[in-house]
Design a protein around this ligand. Structure first.
Ligand code: ADP
Ligand code: MG
Length: 704
């Protein structure tokens, strides 16, 4: 199976080179895993008359009645007419014109196959598959013919969809059952039929590969695809399960054995509210992890406003109670300061040393924080990435919390390990919910907690979608809210690709807002990435303190900022933002007792996807639902932070469409590992061998 593709009969070095370059097919296995995307019944010849506006693919036999080369250079194309007994079909080639010209001549009889398009009302095929044809569909096999993804380059060099099928056929004829041994353990072979619920048995692996390429009929094909999808998901889940349990067994962590005075004192006397059920559950999970003797490595997902800060604070108090120091890291200066101020206020009655350290800390306070940390008299350090820098040394660092960042990288973790003999526990918190299916795959080897409950008494945020033409009404609404003493955000997009224009729009927008809201009645804070940190900070702070009523900003404020008095969020050119980004922005309001609003302004001309996004946001404010939709619309490849994750490179499974198989695979993998954690029993031998071989291959191709 690992044989180089050039050794397959009919390939040879030249075609092998092309297959590698164009399709990444290096070995026999790669060819076998190059799955057809559809099958066609090529035993049937259609008539031109049968073509309907919704006809997708068609196969027609006929005689060429004209051939013309039209246009110059890039628009140069060959147009031929093919006539059968019922009508005329136009054939068009833009590439390989010279080669086609030799083949396709007036009077010749051909069989053509391709996707139907319409040009000025008449049907045409662009770059059809074409072969000389004498009256009969001769050596047609009985099966449905597979259609493979291919490229224009390959088509021209005789490696179009059909030829790929022929090669695959050659390969399948060579393979014996033992070349594709069953890798699913007997205990996993049975599954409940999704329609009837009755027990079914997976088709064997050998059979599945044959049928997925050349199925006898559509039912058999479906069963084969299902089997291969399940296998792929199951194997991935077993692999993740193994990584996770090995990490659990081998890692050492400091032990937080007890809950002491700080935690208890704060909990009983200073906690400003009753914790939600989700917050309590997560705290229990953290307690269990940190008391276990192994290192905690936990991802906490909580929707915007679900109250992650207080969980972080209580976890830090747990560390302090056990004689350890704790550190809270935020992605921005603004957020770090906000955490520092909030947490210091909450802890003011307790005998605790809390300090702030950021890139702009003055040297005196910096020095002091460093000294206290090293001596061990500092209990809690709050800061930006500055806390990762080398001069920051702790006496007994026991817990690190990373806020609003689920992509806390390996390199950054490594820097933490240098700060303590035994690596501290790590809790990464993110407000970008990750759909369950994605979490199960991309983060399946991490421990994760979910806070899917908002504190009680929150008023839902009303979200509206408005076209730009109605901006003046929106501004009037803002005036009304500000008149009641509230504050508002107006956010402009800033995208790297169109940065210059975006800044111009921001500038115009700012001037515009100023015209609507003139001083001295109104004051505006402007915050964007081009400002110096100090200027940005001052503007930010004026808004936080209530000295300005409006903040005009780019997405620098996206994450974490907490101004409970702000009740209106206006997003300009909302169509330029992704779903989760809009959800984050919206999360900046609705933080106080007053009713809040989010207004999405877009241009009149909206694409289908953008329209869909606006619809989803106006319908729900549940971040997990939104994340699921985002995944559905964009597909797993595009979700932030998962791109590099080799774990999502599924060949046939799709975590959005196949979520029911993913759930089943996960369940079965867990059962299996529970009984046989290291896969040593005879029943799991093939599976283990398969995993090892796969591991070897991925290590070789450097996918981690
Ligand atoms: P996020 O999860 O987005 O970081 P925060 O920790 O900033 O959320 O909390 C949002 C707001 O909710 C804060 O004002 C916080 O004081 C408040 N809050 C957190 N937990 C509760 C609770 N259990 N009951 C009431 N209010 C809470
Ligand atoms: Mg937060």
């Amino acid at each position: 199976m690992g044989n180089p593709i050039e050794y397959l009969k009919g390939v040879g070095p030249l075609r092998a080179e092309l297959l590698k370059k164009e399709l990444g097919i290096f070995t026999f296995r790669d060819l076998l895993e190059h799955f057809p995307y559809r099958h066609v019944d090529r035993t049937k010849i259609n008539l031109v008359r049968e073509i309907r506006p919704d006809t997708e693919f068609i196969q027609v036999a006929g005689r060429i009645t004209s051939v013309n080369v039209l246009g110059e250079q890039r628009s140069r194309r060959l147009v031929a007419e093919l006539r059968d007994a019922t009508g005329v079909l136009e054939l068009v080639w833009f590439q390989g014109v010279n080669g086609v010209q030799k083949l396709v001549q007036v009077g010749g009889e051909f069989l053509v196959y391709g996707r139907v398009g319409f040009f000025q009302g008449s049907p045409q095929l662009t770059h059809p598959e074409i072969e000389a044809f004498q009256g009969q569909v001769a050596d047609r096999p009985e099966y449905l013919e597979p259609v493979y993804p291919t490229t224009e380059k390959l088509k021209i060099r005789g490696l179009g969809g059909r030829q790929l099928g022929k090669l695959t056929q050659v390969l399948l004829n060579m393979l014996k059952e033992r070349d594709l041994p069953e890798n699913l353990p007997e205990a996993v072979m049975a599954y409940p039929d999704p329609d009837t619920g009755l027990p079914q048995r997976w088709v064997s692996r050998y059979e599945a590969y044959r049928q997925v390429h050349f199925p006898q009929d559509p039912m058999v094909y479906k069963a084969a695809v299902r089997r291969l999808k399940f296998e792929e998901l199951f194997v991935a889940q077993v692999r993740l399960g193994l990584i996770k349990s090995r990490r659990h067994r081998s890692s050492h962590g400091v032990v937080f054995a007890q809950v002491g005075d700080m935690f208890n004192g704060f909990y009983t006397k200073h906690l400003p509210f009753e914790l939600t059920g989700a917050q309590k559950r997560v705290l229990r999970e953290i307690r269990k992890d940190t008391g276990s003797g192994r290192q905690m490595n936990r991802l906490l997902q909580g929707d915007v406003g679900s109250g992650k800060t207080i969980v972080a604070l209580l976890a830090m108090l747990l560390a302090v109670d056990n004689g350890f120091q704790a550190c809270l890291m935020a992605p921005t200066e603004i957020l770090a300061r906000q955490h520092y101020e909030g947490i210091s206020a909450l802890l003011k009655e307790l005998p605790l040393e809390v300090r702030l350290l950021t890139g702009s800390s003055r040297s005196k306070s910096r020095k002091e924080a460093l000294r206290l940390a090293q001596e061990g008299s500092l209990h809690i350090l709050i800061g930006t990435h500055a806390v990762l820098e080398d001069p920051v040394q702790f006496q007994r660092l026991g817990l690190v919390i990373v806020d609003e960042q689920h992509r806390f990288g390996v390199a950054q973790r490594a820097r933490l390990w240098k700060k303590a003999e035994i690596p501290p526990h790590v809790l990464v918190m993110t407000a970008t919910p990750i759909p369950r299916t994605l979490a199960m795959t991309a983060y399946g080897d991490l421990d994760y907690s979910v806070m899917d409950e908002l504190p009680p008494g929150r008023q839902p945020i009303s979200t509206f979608h408005r076209f730009e033409e109605r901006r003046s009404q929106v501004m009037d609404f803002l005036k009304h809210e500000i008149g009641k003493g509230r504050q508002a955000y107006i956010i402009f997009p800033l995208i790297e690709e169109s940065e210059k224009m975006d800044y111009e729009n921001l500038e115009k927008g700012y001037i515009n807002v100023k015209a609507w809201f003139p001083e001295p009645k109104y004051w505006i804070s402007r915050v964007d990435g081009r400002q110096k940190a100090a200027e940005r900070d001052t503007n930010m702070r004026r808004f936080v303190n209530g000295d300005t009523q409006i903040m005009v900003a780019t997405t620098v404020i996206e994450v974490g900022v907490n101004v409970p008095n702000a009740t209106v969020m206006v997003v300009e050119s909302a169509e330029k933002f992704g779903l989760s980004q809009l959800h984050q922005l919206r999360g900046r309001v609705g933080r106080g007792a007053e009713k809040s609003f989010c207004i999405l302004l877009t241009s009149h001309r909206l694409g289908r996807e953008a329209r869909e996004r606006m619809g989803i946001l106006t319908e729900t404010d549940n971040g997990f639902k939104i994340a699921e939709k985002d995944l559905e619309i964009r597909g797993p490849g595009d979700i932030e932070g998962t791109r590099q994750s080799g774990l999502l490179n599924f060949k046939i499974a799709n975590i959005v469409q196949d979520r029911e198989w993913l759930e089943l695979a996960r369940e079965r993998a867990a059962e299996l590992l529970e009984k046989d954690p290291e896969l040593v029993t005879a029943e799991n031998r093939e599976l283990k061998a398969f995993l090892q071989a796969q591991q070897g291959r991925t290590a070789w191709s450097k996918i981690s």
